[in-house]
Design a protein around this ligand. Sequence first.
Ligand code: SAH
Length: 255
Amino acid sequence: MNFVKPKKRLGQHFLTDQNIAFKIVESLGSDVSDVLEIGPGTGMLTQYLLKRPEINLHVIEIDRDSVAYLNENFQELKHIWLEDFLKADIAGKFNGDFSIIGNFPYNISSQIFFKVLEMRNRVPEVVGMIQKEVAERIAGKHGKKTYGILSVLLQTFYDIEYLFTVHEHVFDPPPKVKSAVIRFRRNSRTELPCDEKFFIKVVKTAFNQRRKMMRNSLKTVCENLPARFAEKRPEQLSVEDFIELCSAIEELKKM
Ligand code: SAH
Protein backbone atom coordinates (compact mmCIF):
# COMPACT_ATOMS: atom_id res chain seq x y z
CA MET A 1 0.00 0.00 0.00
CA ASN A 2 1.34 3.44 -0.78
CA PHE A 3 -1.72 5.66 -0.57
CA VAL A 4 -4.07 6.57 2.28
CA LYS A 5 -7.45 7.91 1.27
CA PRO A 6 -8.17 11.00 3.44
CA LYS A 7 -10.97 10.51 5.98
CA LYS A 8 -13.01 13.56 6.81
CA ARG A 9 -14.18 12.36 10.22
CA LEU A 10 -10.56 12.16 11.37
CA GLY A 11 -9.80 15.68 10.19
CA GLN A 12 -7.40 14.33 7.58
CA HIS A 13 -6.00 17.04 5.34
CA PHE A 14 -2.59 15.89 4.19
CA LEU A 15 -0.03 18.62 3.65
CA THR A 16 1.48 18.49 0.16
CA ASP A 17 4.10 21.25 0.28
CA GLN A 18 7.59 20.04 1.22
CA ASN A 19 8.93 23.51 2.00
CA ILE A 20 6.17 24.20 4.48
CA ALA A 21 6.62 20.79 6.12
CA PHE A 22 10.33 21.51 6.50
CA LYS A 23 9.64 24.98 7.90
CA ILE A 24 7.25 23.57 10.52
CA VAL A 25 9.79 21.00 11.67
CA GLU A 26 12.52 23.65 11.81
CA SER A 27 10.29 25.76 14.08
CA LEU A 28 10.83 23.28 16.89
CA GLY A 29 13.66 24.51 19.13
CA SER A 30 17.13 23.04 19.01
CA ASP A 31 17.31 21.83 22.61
CA VAL A 32 14.72 19.05 22.20
CA SER A 33 15.17 15.30 22.61
CA ASP A 34 11.93 13.37 23.13
CA VAL A 35 9.33 14.61 20.67
CA LEU A 36 5.75 13.45 20.15
CA GLU A 37 4.12 14.00 16.78
CA ILE A 38 0.33 13.98 16.92
CA GLY A 39 -1.39 12.67 13.78
CA PRO A 40 1.54 11.92 11.45
CA GLY A 41 -0.78 10.66 8.71
CA THR A 42 1.44 9.64 5.82
CA GLY A 43 4.52 11.18 7.36
CA MET A 44 4.85 14.60 5.75
CA LEU A 45 6.37 16.12 8.91
CA THR A 46 7.71 12.80 10.16
CA GLN A 47 10.24 12.52 7.31
CA TYR A 48 11.88 15.80 8.38
CA LEU A 49 11.67 15.06 12.08
CA LEU A 50 13.57 11.83 11.46
CA LYS A 51 16.34 13.82 9.80
CA ARG A 52 17.08 15.76 12.99
CA PRO A 53 19.60 13.58 14.85
CA GLU A 54 18.93 15.13 18.27
CA ILE A 55 15.26 14.09 18.14
CA ASN A 56 13.97 10.84 19.62
CA LEU A 57 10.67 10.67 17.76
CA HIS A 58 7.40 9.11 18.93
CA VAL A 59 4.22 9.36 16.90
CA ILE A 60 0.59 8.81 17.86
CA GLU A 61 -1.97 8.24 15.12
CA ILE A 62 -5.59 7.11 15.42
CA ASP A 63 -5.90 5.90 11.82
CA ARG A 64 -5.01 2.27 11.13
CA ASP A 65 -4.35 2.87 7.42
CA SER A 66 -1.89 5.68 8.16
CA VAL A 67 -0.08 3.54 10.73
CA ALA A 68 0.23 0.69 8.22
CA TYR A 69 1.63 3.18 5.72
CA LEU A 70 4.16 4.53 8.25
CA ASN A 71 5.27 1.02 9.22
CA GLU A 72 5.87 0.19 5.61
CA ASN A 73 7.62 3.39 4.58
CA PHE A 74 9.51 4.55 7.67
CA GLN A 75 11.45 1.60 9.04
CA GLU A 76 13.59 3.93 11.14
CA LEU A 77 10.54 5.10 13.07
CA LYS A 78 10.65 3.00 16.25
CA HIS A 79 7.80 4.35 18.35
CA ILE A 80 4.45 4.33 16.59
CA TRP A 81 1.31 4.25 18.70
CA LEU A 82 -2.02 3.45 17.11
CA GLU A 83 -4.07 5.37 19.67
CA ASP A 84 -6.30 8.35 20.28
CA PHE A 85 -4.18 11.22 21.64
CA LEU A 86 -7.10 12.47 23.72
CA LYS A 87 -7.58 9.14 25.49
CA ALA A 88 -4.02 7.84 25.76
CA ASP A 89 -1.87 8.15 28.89
CA ILE A 90 0.68 10.35 27.13
CA ALA A 91 2.78 11.52 30.08
CA GLY A 92 3.16 7.90 31.19
CA LYS A 93 4.91 7.03 27.93
CA PHE A 94 7.87 9.33 28.58
CA ASN A 95 10.42 9.40 31.38
CA GLY A 96 11.13 13.10 31.25
CA ASP A 97 10.02 16.14 29.31
CA PHE A 98 8.78 15.87 25.74
CA SER A 99 7.88 18.43 23.09
CA ILE A 100 4.83 18.15 20.86
CA ILE A 101 4.47 18.83 17.16
CA GLY A 102 1.82 18.17 14.53
CA ASN A 103 -0.53 19.25 11.86
CA PHE A 104 -3.34 18.83 14.31
CA PRO A 105 -6.77 17.50 13.41
CA TYR A 106 -8.66 20.82 13.51
CA ASN A 107 -11.85 19.33 14.90
CA ILE A 108 -10.10 18.49 18.18
CA SER A 109 -7.45 21.21 18.43
CA SER A 110 -8.99 22.85 21.52
CA GLN A 111 -9.17 19.49 23.29
CA ILE A 112 -5.53 18.87 22.39
CA PHE A 113 -4.62 22.18 24.04
CA PHE A 114 -6.57 21.46 27.21
CA LYS A 115 -4.68 18.18 27.46
CA VAL A 116 -1.37 19.96 26.89
CA LEU A 117 -2.27 22.29 29.75
CA GLU A 118 -2.78 19.34 32.07
CA MET A 119 0.69 18.05 31.14
CA ARG A 120 2.34 21.47 31.02
CA ASN A 121 5.14 20.76 33.46
CA ARG A 122 6.35 17.98 31.16
CA VAL A 123 5.84 19.82 27.86
CA PRO A 124 8.30 22.69 27.32
CA GLU A 125 7.38 23.36 23.70
CA VAL A 126 4.56 22.82 21.21
CA VAL A 127 4.63 23.57 17.48
CA GLY A 128 1.32 23.01 15.74
CA MET A 129 -0.65 23.80 12.64
CA ILE A 130 -4.25 24.67 13.39
CA GLN A 131 -7.11 26.66 11.93
CA LYS A 132 -5.97 30.27 11.46
CA GLU A 133 -8.82 31.71 13.52
CA VAL A 134 -8.04 29.45 16.44
CA ALA A 135 -4.37 30.44 16.22
CA GLU A 136 -5.34 34.11 16.32
CA ARG A 137 -7.57 33.49 19.30
CA ILE A 138 -4.90 31.64 21.22
CA ALA A 139 -2.16 34.15 20.48
CA GLY A 140 -4.41 37.20 20.95
CA LYS A 141 -3.70 39.64 23.74
CA HIS A 142 -6.28 41.20 26.03
CA GLY A 143 -8.21 44.06 24.48
CA LYS A 144 -8.70 42.11 21.26
CA LYS A 145 -11.99 40.59 20.18
CA THR A 146 -10.34 37.23 19.60
CA TYR A 147 -9.13 36.98 23.19
CA GLY A 148 -10.96 34.21 25.04
CA ILE A 149 -10.85 31.21 27.38
CA LEU A 150 -8.03 29.35 25.65
CA SER A 151 -5.99 32.54 25.22
CA VAL A 152 -6.05 33.22 28.95
CA LEU A 153 -5.48 29.64 30.08
CA LEU A 154 -2.67 28.93 27.61
CA GLN A 155 -0.99 32.30 28.05
CA THR A 156 -0.96 31.72 31.79
CA PHE A 157 1.63 28.99 31.31
CA TYR A 158 3.03 29.47 27.80
CA ASP A 159 4.53 32.25 25.69
CA ILE A 160 2.70 31.97 22.39
CA GLU A 161 3.94 33.00 18.96
CA TYR A 162 1.93 33.11 15.75
CA LEU A 163 4.58 31.96 13.26
CA PHE A 164 3.02 31.99 9.79
CA THR A 165 -0.16 31.54 7.77
CA VAL A 166 -0.71 28.55 5.46
CA HIS A 167 -3.10 28.60 2.51
CA GLU A 168 -5.75 25.97 1.73
CA HIS A 169 -4.30 24.85 -1.58
CA VAL A 170 -1.28 23.10 -0.05
CA PHE A 171 -3.47 20.36 1.44
CA ASP A 172 -5.13 17.27 0.04
CA PRO A 173 -8.06 17.70 0.29
CA PRO A 174 -7.98 21.48 0.86
CA PRO A 175 -9.70 22.48 4.11
CA LYS A 176 -12.41 25.15 4.02
CA VAL A 177 -10.38 27.46 6.23
CA LYS A 178 -6.93 28.97 6.30
CA SER A 179 -4.34 27.51 8.61
CA ALA A 180 -1.55 28.85 10.77
CA VAL A 181 1.47 27.52 12.58
CA ILE A 182 1.93 28.54 16.19
CA ARG A 183 4.55 27.85 18.80
CA PHE A 184 4.15 27.67 22.58
CA ARG A 185 7.06 27.81 24.96
CA ARG A 186 6.57 27.19 28.65
CA ASN A 187 7.02 30.39 30.67
CA SER A 188 8.44 30.63 34.18
CA ARG A 189 5.13 30.56 36.04
CA THR A 190 4.95 27.57 38.35
CA GLU A 191 2.06 27.71 40.80
CA LEU A 192 -0.81 30.16 40.78
CA PRO A 193 -1.37 32.15 43.97
CA CYS A 194 -5.04 31.12 43.78
CA ASP A 195 -6.70 27.73 43.39
CA GLU A 196 -6.26 26.58 39.80
CA LYS A 197 -9.67 24.94 39.42
CA PHE A 198 -11.26 28.13 40.69
CA PHE A 199 -9.19 30.17 38.23
CA ILE A 200 -10.37 28.03 35.31
CA LYS A 201 -13.96 28.31 36.48
CA VAL A 202 -13.77 32.11 36.72
CA VAL A 203 -12.21 32.47 33.27
CA LYS A 204 -14.79 30.16 31.68
CA THR A 205 -17.75 31.75 33.47
CA ALA A 206 -16.67 35.30 32.57
CA PHE A 207 -16.15 34.52 28.87
CA ASN A 208 -19.34 32.49 28.56
CA GLN A 209 -21.10 35.85 28.77
CA ARG A 210 -18.34 37.95 27.32
CA ARG A 211 -20.45 41.01 26.55
CA LYS A 212 -21.59 41.43 30.12
CA MET A 213 -19.80 43.33 32.82
CA MET A 214 -18.17 40.90 35.15
CA ARG A 215 -20.17 41.88 38.23
CA ASN A 216 -23.12 40.33 36.33
CA SER A 217 -21.49 37.37 34.59
CA LEU A 218 -19.65 36.36 37.78
CA LYS A 219 -22.62 36.75 40.14
CA THR A 220 -22.78 33.03 40.80
CA VAL A 221 -19.09 33.00 41.70
CA CYS A 222 -18.93 36.16 43.83
CA GLU A 223 -21.75 38.44 45.01
CA ASN A 224 -19.58 41.53 45.43
CA LEU A 225 -16.84 41.62 42.90
CA PRO A 226 -13.87 43.85 43.85
CA ALA A 227 -14.66 47.32 42.50
CA ARG A 228 -11.75 47.55 40.08
CA PHE A 229 -13.07 44.52 38.16
CA ALA A 230 -16.83 44.94 38.55
CA GLU A 231 -17.52 47.02 35.47
CA LYS A 232 -14.94 45.41 33.21
CA ARG A 233 -15.61 42.89 30.47
CA PRO A 234 -13.45 39.76 30.44
CA GLU A 235 -11.55 40.67 27.27
CA GLN A 236 -10.17 43.76 29.06
CA LEU A 237 -8.34 41.64 31.64
CA SER A 238 -4.78 40.43 31.16
CA VAL A 239 -3.68 37.05 32.50
CA GLU A 240 -2.21 38.86 35.52
CA ASP A 241 -5.54 40.65 36.09
CA PHE A 242 -7.42 37.32 36.10
CA ILE A 243 -4.97 35.89 38.62
CA GLU A 244 -5.32 38.99 40.78
CA LEU A 245 -9.11 38.83 40.50
CA CYS A 246 -9.22 35.21 41.64
CA SER A 247 -6.88 35.85 44.55
CA ALA A 248 -8.99 38.85 45.58
CA ILE A 249 -12.21 36.80 45.50
CA GLU A 250 -10.56 34.06 47.56
CA GLU A 251 -9.51 36.68 50.14
CA LEU A 252 -13.05 38.05 50.30
CA LYS A 253 -14.41 34.54 50.87
CA LYS A 254 -12.10 34.05 53.85
CA MET A 255 -13.54 37.09 55.62
N1 SAH B 1 0.63 15.20 9.64
C1 SAH B 1 -0.08 14.81 8.43
C2 SAH B 1 -1.59 14.63 8.65
C3 SAH B 1 -2.34 15.80 9.21
S1 SAH B 1 -4.09 15.50 9.23
C4 SAH B 1 0.22 15.82 7.33
O1 SAH B 1 0.71 16.90 7.65
O2 SAH B 1 -0.04 15.56 6.18
C5 SAH B 1 -4.39 15.10 10.94
C6 SAH B 1 -3.98 13.70 11.35
O3 SAH B 1 -4.39 13.47 12.70
C7 SAH B 1 -4.61 12.58 10.53
O4 SAH B 1 -3.63 11.69 10.11
C8 SAH B 1 -5.59 11.91 11.52
O5 SAH B 1 -5.78 10.53 11.28
C9 SAH B 1 -4.91 12.16 12.84
N2 SAH B 1 -5.81 12.14 14.01
C10 SAH B 1 -7.10 12.57 14.06
N3 SAH B 1 -7.60 12.44 15.30
C11 SAH B 1 -6.59 11.92 16.08
C12 SAH B 1 -6.50 11.55 17.46
N4 SAH B 1 -7.53 11.72 18.30
N5 SAH B 1 -5.34 11.03 17.91
C13 SAH B 1 -4.28 10.87 17.06
N6 SAH B 1 -4.31 11.20 15.74
C14 SAH B 1 -5.46 11.73 15.26
